[in-house]
Design a binder for this molecule. Structure first.
Ligand SMILES: [Zn+2]
Length: 348
């Protein structure tokens, strides 16, 4: 353990930039990374404001941050696909490689997964971190650190798009134009959808999502989403519907949106159980899919950014220096409607 500076969530509502003991020794199969950029995630903010997410409760001081990119500064024994100086981004969840879920390729749902900034595991808002090389991915020269740190939320979008089993030319509906909803829409379009109808109540969010080719923004303050989907699909319905708002209200009409034989992919998490209209789902044979983080999506996220087919830079709303991390978090708590992703840059 070494005393290093970090952004520490002491307890609910209390953040401090201070020294804390974190492991810095590089073991076999690990790399040490100098952190460059860390994105602020809704989950980081939620631990700050609520002190818990579902069963995960902040019971001891915890370093925040899990959306990170940086440079390899040391490699452990047996690491051959990365070298010192490589620019990388890191997958924040470390599963047990021998678990049954991991052996099935479903390592994201390994019950033993250790995920950065999910209590009691420390995050990476600190200058250096040690991480398994297998969950560390090299960035192409044309992908910046800021974009590299966007691979994490974009991987969620790609996992949702993969679960949807999109076919070329599909019409998607995305409910919720927050950071995840917008990334899901971009992923669905990259995955072959001809268009993504994106619904929200906040016009500034819709304006940002609407900047992407193929996105049709619908402000559900003035329009019925079901009527718009009907109109745009000649009454047939959408091939795939992504619920990304987490609002229980969305579930009241969600199953009216997919076409017969279509899919509903659940990304947003309502805080309380919601009623599900099984009769409507069954009559249309709607396929319902769930998403928990992602597995095997980082290479895809990086490949799409590197190819120039996906540009996530317009979603980065502001960048704060590490010393202003608390200001950055308080800005995230404000939840300004035009803020998509706030990032923190560590000192060079
Ligand atoms: Zn995140």
């Amino acid at each position: 353990m070494t005393n290093v500076r970090a952004l520490v969530l002491e307890r609910q509502h209390e953040l401090k930039l201070r020294d804390i003991d974190l492991p810095q020794t590089v073991g076999p199969g690990e790399v040490r990374i100098k952190i460059h950029t860390v994105g602020i995630c809704g989950s980081d903010v939620h631990y700050y404001t609520h002190g818990r997410i579902g069963p995960f409760v902040v019971e001891a001081p915890m370093v925040l941050g899990h959306e990170a990119a940086g440079t390899v500064v040391e490699t452990g024994e047996g690491v051959d696909h990365l070298k010192v100086g490589d620019r990388v981004c890191m997958e924040p969840g470390i599963p047990d490689p021998n678990s049954r879920a991991s052996r099935l390729g479903l390592y994201n749902i390994d019950p033993a997964v250790r995920f950065w900034a999910t209590p009691p595991i420390h995050g990476v808002l600190t200058p250096y971190v040690v991480h398994p090389a297998n969950y560390t991915f090299k960035l192409p020269d044309n992908v910046s650190f800021a974009e590299g740190a966007m691979a994490e939320p974009f991987a969620v979008g790609l996992q949702a798009a993969a679960k949807a089993k999109i076919a070329p030319g599909d019409t998607a509906v995305v409910i919720g134009a927050g950071p995840i909803g917008t990334m899901v829409a971009i992923a669905a379009l990259a995955g072959g959808c001809a268009r993504a109808i994106v619904a929200d109540l906040a016009q500034p969010k819709l304006d940002i999502a609407g900047g992407y080719q193929g996105v049709i923004p619908v402000n559900i303050r003035d329009k019925s989403l079901a009527a718009e989907v009907k109109r745009l699909t000649d009454g047939w319905g959408a091939d795939v519907v992504f619920e990304c708002s987490g609002s229980s209200k969305a579930w009241e009409t969600l199953l009216d949106l997919p076409r017969p034989g279509g899919a509903a992919v659940v990304v947003g998490l309502p805080v309380a159980p919601v009623a599900l209209d099984i009769a409507t789902a069954s009559t249309k044979e709607v396929r319902i899919e769930t998403v928990f983080r992602y597995a095997h999506q980082y290479e895809r996220a990086i490949a799409l950014m590197g190819s120039g087919r996906v540009d996530l830079k317009p979603l980065i709303s502001a960048t704060f220096p590490f010393e202003d991390s608390i200001t950055a978090f308080d800005r995230a708590v404000e939840a300004r409607p035009a803020d998509v992703k706030l990032q923190i840059r560590l000192p060079d």
